[in-house]
Design a protein around this ligand. Structure first.
Ligand code: IMP
Length: 353
């Protein structure tokens, strides 16, 4: 049986905290999409921890944590996080498992992300610049390196081939940056990655399900950032919705039980793109201040606005949400009047979709 926790807005709904809260009820916590663009904030022994790459169940030593095939993995971020987790006495070699099909983010993916954003000027996506888009492009373009390739003798030659391909693209962008320091830490992190548990995720997860184990699939970003159903092109490059759980872990839709959708009591967004209820006044400023609305990954101030029920209804529909979890309602205590959006006014006509 698989339950899902995912975001119903533009990310930053507080999913990490909710996953950490529910994790004790499950045997396995699994990330199925996204990569180090995510920033899941947890409090462990009263101390703030932000996880980008590792599932939020990692601080429960007795839970299995899986990085699924749908994720794009930055080995450098992973190593850094594993070191931080080890400081709490957690042995990731016992409770972290990585799919052999997980795609690897290489240093030139990050450079390409930066170059592509710079070339877009005013119409930039507002990417976290972690190499997400270019890494998923190499996946669908069938060029990517995967975790399972690491042990293959041809890994280095495959890497050089891909790097050269990227270099040509970077030259087209006239992008000049020395990435040798990134490469050094990348290769160091790959050696570390080789020491972790690499599994065939689809066989492993299905076997555990058939043994009666309970799986919690942890979404990253939010449904309005979904590559197909989000506010395209101002989206991320993966399927953040519940359907992504099937392709991102290798399970059948029939295995999905509860879909818990997390929403803030108001809306926030980082990066560019439409945001119908955005507040540009003192109220927006107040929401940002009281809600501490600054990006967990990039530290950027989040755009803030009132709750958008039209968008929420839409994301509940595409995810098949069975339970809604609302976070940060206490932030609204400070406001005399609360507003919610119940319809859009498009060229004088009220629309609910
Ligand atoms: P990318 O996934 O880093 O390419 O970013 C694409 C868009 O998604 C940008 O607007 C980012 O700000 C946004 N984004 C990506 N990851 C997150 C997240 O975890 N929380 C909130 N927004 C995100």
């Amino acid at each position: 049986m698989v339950d899902v926790i995912l975001g119903l807005q533009w990310g930053d709904e507080g999913k990490g905290k909710i996953v950490d809260y529910f994790a004790p009820r499950y045997d396995i916590v699994a990330r199925f999409q996204g990569g180090p663009n995510a920033g899941h904030t947890l409090y462990v022994d009263g101390k703030k921890q932000v996880l980008h790459q590792i599932p939020s169940g990692i601080f429960h030593q007795d839970k299995v944590n899986i990085i699924g095939n749908g994720v794009v993995l930055d080995p450098v971020t992973l190593k850094r996080e594993c070191d931080a987790v080890a400081a709490y006495g957690i042995d990731v070699r016992k409770n972290l498992f990585i799919s052999e099909r997980t795609n690897i983010i290489i240093p030139t993916h990050r450079a390409l992300d930066k170059a592509s954003e710079m070339s877009k000027g005013e119409s930039k996506i507002g990417s976290t610049l972690k190499g997400i888009g270019p890494a998923y492009m190499d996946k669908t373009g069938r060029n990517a390196l995967r975790v399972g390739d690491l042990l293959d003798k041809s890994f280095i030659s495959q890497y050089i081939k891909l790097r050269l391909k990227h270099q040509k693209l970077l030259d087209n962008f006239h992008f000049i940056e020395d990435i040798s320091a990134w490469e050094e830490e990348f290769f160091e992190a790959l050696e570390f990655l080789k020491t972790l548990n690499v599994i065939n995720c689809e066989y492993y997860v299905n076997e555990q399900i058939s043994k009666g184990k309970k799986v919690l699939a942890e979404g990253a970003q939010g449904s309005m950032l979904d590559i197909d159903f989000g506010t395209f092109p101002f989206v991320t490059s993966s399927n953040t919705i519940s359907a992504g759980v099937c392709t991102g872990l290798g399970i059948s839709p029939k295995q999905i039980n509860e879909v818990m959708g997390v929403t803030k009591a108001y809306c926030t967004r980082v990066g560019s793109g439409p945001f119908p209820t955005e507040l540009f006044d003192a109220t927006g400023e107040e929401l940002r201040k009281i809600g501490s609305e600054f990006g967990a990954t990039t530290g950027r101030p989040r755009r803030c606005g009132w709750m958008d029920l039209v968008a929420l209804q839409y994301t509940c529909m595409i995810n098949g949400v069975t339970k809604v979890v609302m976070t940060k309602a206490d932030v609204l205590d400070a406001f005399e009047t609360l507003n919610v959006c119940t319809a859009y006014n498009i060229d004088g006509t009220e629309k609910m979709e």
